[in-house]
Design a binder for this molecule. Structure first.
Ligand SMILES: [Zn+2]
Length: 420
C-alpha cells in the first residue's frame, strides 16, 4: 500500500509537467525528491555527561588523496598518530572501508582545537558515506546510505525503420529499448511482427544522486502498439515486495510462451525498412517459422519444460525438442551449437542453443515449430491460455495505482499523434 501511495503522488506530480513541452521527446521531471541527507560538517556543540556544554572551535580539513599518497602519510601530515590509524583500520567492518581509499577521493577531517581527530568522513561508494567518530578516544562508525533521487521521464516514439532507431530518436538507450521489448515479449514477436507505424510510449526512472545522473532505473509503465493492437503494462510490487509487469486488467504480462524464442537484439540491429514488411508466411508449407538471424544468436526455450530430444541428423542439423505442460511441444532446428542435453529441465528464456545453418538449411536461421496435442500450430497466432490475474485482495490497490499511470501513457500517445 505504501508503494502505491508513493507512486500515486508521483503520478500526480508529473501530470502537470508532461503536457508542458510537447516538442521534447523526453521530459525529465523530478517527482520524488528523496530527502537529501545533510551531513553536518561542523558539529558546533560538544557534549559532556552534564549535557550541552557549549560551542567548541573545530578545524575542518579536506584532503584529496593524490596518487602515491598513503593514509599513513595523510595522518602524519595532519599530526595524527599511526596508532589511531591502526585503531580505525581494525575497529570494525565499516571502518575498514577507509583502507580502500583511492586517489581522487576526498577525506573530510574534523579536528578539535588541540588537534585531536573528532570526525572523519569518506564517500566509500557511490551511495555510501562512512563517518568515523572519535569522542574521548571512543571510536564509533556510521554508514550513511544516500537516498537516490528518482526522476520519472517519459518517452514516446514511432517506428519508421527499426525499434532501436525509434528508441534512439526518443532518447532511449539500447538497454532501455530491450527492457521495453522484454515487457511485451510474450505478446509481440519483435523479430517478425514489428512494422513501420508501430508506436510506443513509456514512463521510466532515471536515478540521480546529488544532481549527478547515475543511470536508468526501471520502466514504470509502457504501452506498445503493434499492427494496430495496443498492449499496456504497469510495473507493480505486491506485498511480498516482488515486482512484475501487469496488464490493465491485472493479468501478468508474463505468459507460458514467448512469442519469439530468440534474442531479437541480434537481429534488430540489422533492421532495414525492407525487413519490416511481412515475410512470406510459410507456416503451412513447412510447419514452422523461420527466423533468419546471424549465426550465434542465442535461442531461448519458449516456455518451461523438459528437453526430450537434443541431437543431430542430416535434415534438422543440431536440434532440440522440448516437452511443455498441457500437451505442448516446441522444436528448434539448425543450431550451430546446442546448449542443453536430453532429459534436462529448462526454464522459460533459458538459452538452449545458438542459431546456425546445420542440416538442410541454406542460410543461418532458426526453424521453430509449435505443436499442440500433436498438431502443428502457428506459434505467432496460436491462442494460449491467459495468465493468472492478481489475487482479488490486491486488485483494488493495483487499479488505484495503475489508473493514473495508464492515463499518463494515453496522454503521451495523444502527444505522439499530435506531433506527427
Ligand atoms: Zn524452416
Amino acid at each position: 500500500m505504501a508503494v502505491a501511495l508513493i507512486a500515486l503522488f508521483v503520478v500526480y506530480a508529473i501530470s502537470d509537467m508532461i503536457s508542458v513541452d510537447a516538442d521534447a521527446h523526453t521530459q525529465p521531471v523530478i517527482i520524488e525528491q528523496n530527502k537529501q541527507i545533510d551531513i553536518p560538517s561542523v558539529p558546533l556543540m560538544s557534549f559532556s555527561e552534564e549535557g550541552l556544554v557549549g560551542s567548541e572551535q573545530m578545524i575542518h580539513q579536506t584532503v584529496t588523496v593524490e596518487k602515491g599518497q598513503t593514509l599513513s602519510g595523510i595522518f602524519t601530515d595532519l599530526g595524527l598518530s599511526q596508532a589511531l590509524l591502526l585503531k580505525i583500520a581494525h575497529f570494525n567492518d565499516d571502518s575498514k572501508k577507509l583502507v580502500k581509499v583511492m586517489p581522487g577521493n576526498d577525506l573530510h577531517f574534523t579536528l578539535s582545537a588541540d588537534g585531536e581527530l573528532r570526525q572523519l568522513r569518506y564517500q566509500s561508494s557511490k551511495f555510501e558515506e562512512l563517518i568515523i567518530h572519535n569522542d574521548m578516544n571512543q571510536l564509533s562508525t556510521e554508514l550513511i546510505t544516500h537516498d537516490q533521487e528518482i526522476r520519472l521521464v517519459s518517452a514516446q516514439g514511432t517506428i519508421n525503420n527499426s525499434l532501436f532507431g525509434a528508441g534512439k530518436a526518443a532518447g532511449l538507450t539500447d538497454s532501455m529499448v530491450m527492457q521495453l521489448a522484454n515487457i511485451f515479449s510474450w505478446d509481440i514477436d519483435f523479430v517478425l511482427e514489428i512494422r513501420a507505424g508501430d508506436s510506443f510510449s513509456l514512463i521510466y526512472e532515471q536515478i540521480y544522486k546529488a544532481g549527478d545522473y547515475m543511470g536508468e532505473g526501471k520502466i514504470l509503465a509502457a504501452s506498445f502498439t503493434n499492427q494496430g493492437t495496443t498492449y499496456e503494462a504497469v510495473y507493480y510490487e505486491t506485498e511480498n515486495g516482488e515486482g512484475s509487469y501487469y496488464a490493465a486488467d491485472g493479468r501478468a504480462m508474463k505468459k507460458a510462451f514467448l512469442r519469439a524464442p530468440l534474442n531479437f537484439s541480434y537481429i534488430s540491429s540489422n533492421f532495414n525498412p525492407k525487413r519490416i514488411h511481412p515475410i512470406t508466411n510459410r507456416v503451412k508449407a513447412h510447419r514452422g517459422i523461420d527466423y533468419r538471424a546471424p549465426t550465434g544468436t542465442p535461442v531461448y526455450a519458449a516456455g518451461a519444460g523438459r528437453v526430450t530430444q537434443a541431437g543431430y541428423n542430416k535434415y534438422n542439423g543440431n536440434y532440440v525438442f522440448i516437452q511443455h505442460p498441457n500437451g505442448i511441444v516446441t522444436k528448434y532446428l539448425h543450431f550451430s551449437k546446442k546448449a542443453v542435453k536430453k532429459g534436462q529441465r529448462v526454464k522459460q528464456g533459458q538459452t538452449i542453443g545458438y542459431v546456425g545453418s546445420t542440416g538442410l538449411s541454406t542460410a543461418p536461421h532458426l526453424h521453430y515449430e509449435f505443436i499442440y496435442n500433436g498438431v502443428h500450430r502457428n506459434p505467432r497466432t496460436v491462442q494460449l491460455p491467459k495468465s493468472k490475474p492478481l489475487p482479488d485482495q490486491v486488485m483494488p490497490d493495483f487499479l488505484t495505482y495503475s489508473k493514473p499511470l495508464l492515463s499518463q501513457l494515453s496522454d503521451l500517445k495523444t502527444l505522439l499523434v499530435a506531433q506527427q
